[in-house]
Design a protein around this ligand. Sequence first.
Ligand SMILES: [Fe+2]
Length: 261
Amino acid sequence: MIDIHTHILPGLDDGASNERDAIDMARAASAEGITTIVATPHHANGKYMNFAADVREHADGLNVRLAQAGIPISIVPGQEIRVHDDLLDAWGRGELLTLAGSRYVMLEMPSSRIPHYMSSLIHELHVMKLRPIIAHPERNAEVVEHPERLEELIELGAYGQVTTHSLLGGFGKKIEQASWRLMKQGSIHIVSSDAHHVERRGFRLREAHSAVNRVMGEEWSEYFKGNAEAVLADKPFGEQPPVQEKSGGVFRKFMAGLLKK
Ligand SMILES: [Fe+2]
């Protein structure tokens, strides 16, 4: 499996704080069946700045250490870019990275709202032939209240990435429900961990795929796995399976169970 959203590079943000943490994370990822990890340190989020050249250098360094430790994980560079009104200029200055050298770029919105310039930013990136992936929209308060506003961004050319912990209830019931609702709405195109630390926030990618499999069917978990591979291969995402609950109403019963929790 491929994980396109992680904070594994040591000492760059609130993820792995040192090399030991990073190696522990890589070992845990490998045990789950993950083979390639896109390192996406926070950039321009008001606290952390991790410019393209620095991220590349740190990814190279960690690959050397993992090879020495015999852990079969490949780290490729990326960024989780907080949207800001200087973003297009920052792109022009060469400060930003796409995911794994592809045309996919990971954007993070503030958690409280959708910025007013989000539509025009998505449009501009689309014109630049970039493919913006919105990181964990299920954790954005405005999206939770108005899921149709995410749909509008998707129509403009954005994609949605749900976080494994959200799907599995790690951020509470409200976010868990929102995650599955967005999945059913067809606004989610990729599942990844946003892993920060083995114990505090690990990967849980295998577990999340099992949940998707159980609730929405195997074609959906295959679709999400295929899209993670498409990011690495810089290919378009696959065609979304029909948005319908599994036969026997598994999805409906699952959602009803969540609402009762
Ligand atoms: Fe993240």
